[in-house]
Structures are given as structure tokens and as C-alpha cells.
Ligand binder design. Structure first.
Ligand SMILES: [Zn+2]
Length: 73
């Protein structure tokens, strides 16, 4: 009988994948500098509750802005 994928192999592969994901995440963390704005929006329809009640506005939406050295000239 030919040995199929052993638990050890699966474990090793999973560990490798985990390391790769971790590396991606570290890179992401490195790029995640910037400002996150939290905003709510009015849709503009006069019949919508958001028109007269700020608490009923739509959202929240998160807006991420990043100032790169070369972008802001
Ligand atoms: Zn609305």
C-alpha cells in the first residue's frame, strides 16, 4: 500500500502556509499607516430619517487616507 499524505506532512504544509500568511500580515501592518476617518452620510432624500436626524444618518463608513511622500505635492 502506498502511503498517502501523512499527518506530519499536512502539519508541515499548514505551518508553511501559516508562516506565509503571517509574513503577508506583517507587511500589511507596515503599510497601514495613515488616518482612518469615520463618517456618516445623508442620502439626500427628504423622506428619509437621515434628513432631519443626525443619529439616523447612513453608515458609518470608514475612510482611510494615507499620505505618501510623493502623493501630496
Ligand atoms: Zn437617508
Amino acid at each position: 500500500m502506498k502511503p498517502r499524505t501523512t499527518p506530519d506532512k499536512i502539519l508541515a504544509r499548514t505551518a508553511r502556509e501559516f508562516d506565509a500568511l503571517k509574513a503577508d500580515l506583517m507587511q500589511l501592518g507596515f503599510f497601514c499607516k495613515g488616518t482612518v476617518l469615520h463618517r456618516t452620510l445623508k442620502c439626500g432624500r427628504p423622506t428619509c430619517p437621515c434628513a432631519h436626524n443626525p443619529a439616523q444618518r447612513h453608515g458609518p463608513y470608514f475612510e482611510w487616507t494615507y499620505k505618501g511622500g510623493w502623493q501630496d505635492r
